[in-house]
Design a protein around this ligand. Structure first.
Ligand code: TRP
Length: 326
């Protein structure tokens, strides 16, 4: 069975952007692959962050992922810092990664431009990501488009290692692009992201969902109720595709183009479908929040499983590098 690995930042609550863009796919994959999913807290600390909320955000992310349908009997879920081998392999890979490759990563350029003092961890972020994947010799890595460059670097690091030491230690991981279209934030401009405050939370109440959806950006050409719209460029229509039936989507499309419906009519149907689809997720999240020891147990089991897999790879990697065995 092919092995899948992916990671997500401990941003706290999931929103419908990362739910539709990543998590729905993660849930589907656990039925055909051996899946390992990681909450990447060591990546999160490469940017300014709040120490007091990192641990609760990590736990909350686990709650969201489990509520969304990750099943601990079908996949492994763990927290990156609970498996120290990630940091160790990162150091080893560090020695075969060209500095120039790191400096040309677009995420590094973006993020470092916004910081006065750039920590080395931000530059080395993609090496840690390569370590995450290579530690488990993962074959496939489900990611969004924004991670393709990092994944290409992981492949390059695997190749360089194999060439340098003359052994095929690491297979080259293949990206798997998520099948859903990219969901923009409610502003219709930027990517949906918690830090931009343009999200609908996966666990939002029906009232919150409607309050956020109602003022959301649609096709700017629909200035008045009578102006026809173009669903192809409307972010709300993209979200409809994910939550509404095929028939409803066709209907919404026609009503938008003919100005038969106003944007609010369209959003009301979407809100109803979204609320119905997310109700069981909210329910499971409430159950899990009431039993935090169960969530910790899942993460503990996941980390124990991963430490064993990871140590086997590291024994091999240290030996290939010629390090003295203890
Ligand atoms: N950098 C990824 C992101 O921000 C998260 C990540 C870390 C990851 N390690 C990974 C994704 C390994 C895939 C595989 O989305």
């Amino acid at each position: 069975m092919p092995r899948v690995f992916s990671g997500i930042q401990p941003s706290g609550e999931l929103h419908i952007g990362n739910y539709l863009g990543a998590v729905v796919n993660w849930v589907a994959l656990q039925f055909q692959h051996e899946c390992i999913y990681c909450i990447v807290d060591l990546h999160a600390i490469t940017q300014p962050y709040d120490t007091a909320t990192l641990a609760p955000r990590t736990l909350e992310m686990a709650v969201g992922l489990l509520a969304a349908g990750l099943d601990p009997s079908r996949c492994t879920l763990f927290v990156q810092s609970h498996v120290p081998q990630h940091a160790e392999l990162m150091w080893l890979l560090n020695t075969v990664t060209p500095l120039g490759e790191l400096e040309r990563m677009t995420q590094f350029k973006d993020k470092s431009a916004r910081q006065e003092s750039v920590p080395a961890g931000l530059l080395n972020y993609p090496i840690l990501q390569a370590a995450d994947i290579l530690l488990y010799k993962a074959d496939r890595v489900p990611v969004g488009e924004d991670q393709l460059q990092h994944l290409e670097l992981s492949r390059e690091i695997a190749r360089r290692w194999n060439t340098r030491f003359g052994v095929e230690t690491f297979p080259e991981p293949q990206p798997m692009l998520s099948p859903t279209r990219k969901i923009l934030g409610l502003d219709g401009q930027a990517k949906m992201s918690k830090s931009l405050g343009n999200t609908i939370g996966l666990l939002d109440s029906p009232e919150e969902i409607w309050a956020k959806l109602r003022p959301a950006m649609t096709d700017p050409a629909r200035k008045t109720r009578k102006d026809p719209g173009n669903p192809e460029i409307c972010n709300i229509f993209t979200i409809h595709r994910a939550f509404s039936t095929g028939e409803q989507v066709t209907h919404v499309d026609a009503q938008c183009r003919s100005a038969g419906w106003g944007c609010l009519d369209c959003k009301r149907l979407l809100a109803d479908n979204m609320i119905a689809a997310l109700a069981p997720v909210r329910e499971r999240a409430a159950e899990l929040r009431a039993r935090p020891e169960r969530v910790r147990e899942v993460l503990g089991d996941g980390a124990a499983h991963c430490r064993a897999l990871a140590e086997a790879t590291l024994v091999e990697a240290r030996q290939v590098m010629g390090l003295q065995a203890p």
